[in-house]
Design a protein around this ligand. Sequence first.
Ligand code: RAT
Ligand code: ZN
Length: 414
Amino acid sequence: MEDLKLLRQTVERLAGEMPVTDMHTHLYAPEFGKLLLWGVDELLIYHYLISESFRWSDQEYDDFWSMSKKEQADLIWKTLFIDHSPVSEATRGFITILRRLGLDVSSRNLDDYRKAFETRTVKEHVDTVMQIAGVQKIVMTNDPFDELERPVWMSGEGKKDPRFYAALRVDALLNNWPFAVKELQKLGYAVEETWSEGTKDEVRRFLKEWIVRMDALYLAVSMPGDFTYPAEHHRSVMIDEVMIPVCQEQGIPFALMIGVRRNANPSLRLAGDMSMSSDVSAVEALCRRYPEQKFIVTMLARGNQHELAVLARKFRNLMIFGCWWFLNIDSIVEEMTRFRVELLGTSMIPIHSDCRVFEQLIYKWEYSRAIIGRVLADKYEKLHLSGWRVTEEEIRRDLDDMYNRNFWRFIGRE
Ligand code: RAT
Ligand code: ZN
């Protein structure tokens, strides 16, 4: 490629349009019914927007929670879009969604937007959104303890749509053991709170049965920032004696998302979680102790990102992924993508969406694709000036690695 301008255009175009795998979301296939959230009201009551809107309000938290979804959405619309300008990432994202779905953003007429959604069927809408976002494969977050979700898996419907994949979420087993014991007992597993060989066997059996039932791609957990390993703690026993053996037997990775402090403000419910600095050496100890086990890791604190990327240089059984939650904002995605490419080349997964409402795929991917394209274009440009010419095919290969293949190859499904 001779011309630098053409090089940049090509990279940015391909980064913008190549299909992607979204390897961590909270979305569901249409078969999961009500669990699949979509539409204007769900978008406006996204927990990221709820916490932003409370910044401007004196309302009692309970009064907000007692309102209907539509009333909550009206209030958030007025607060964050009419009384103030939607310049935050999550508010701007809503505007991008409206625009990309062909609605008239300048009308600012929420009821018209609602009406435009009413005529859509879920299935068609899912197709349209995936097509606009260029998302080909979606990994869900799946919890057998969830009363709404479990029957869908038991009936076999959960595996029907080949675009959707499962990830078995194990937070309760690691972070709320008394609750997990009760749930396991309800499901017929003979477990008790104190560790015994019988309990370990039964939890292993539970995990195996659900990995198979869901065809889960990986086990996943989100951990508080003070997670340490190894430690004299329930978590270490669970990891060493239950989860790692099961992952190894089933040949699946273990995904850890570390650095959340749940319920910093309980009145905000789901919106009340905080980010917290983590100890990268816990991941280091896991990677060293289990060289045959694959770990997929992301952290929530900005301050941990560089050290985590350096750790990935030391352990090939560690795949770092995404710009998680509060990090998924333009400025930080740019910073993280840049130094990850500088430290690891293209051997990482730069982004996942963490979407909870289906249409969010549109803006989250549009924003991330633009940054990834820009960062890569800068690097190819420097190579070009040194006389190294990348071909279009090589650009496609590099993007495909970051968007898809690093994930599928790492989890052993390619
Ligand atoms: O990003 C989010 O929506 C968070 O609330 C969390 O769900 C987080 O991503 C997690 O998976 O724990
Ligand atoms: Zn998540």
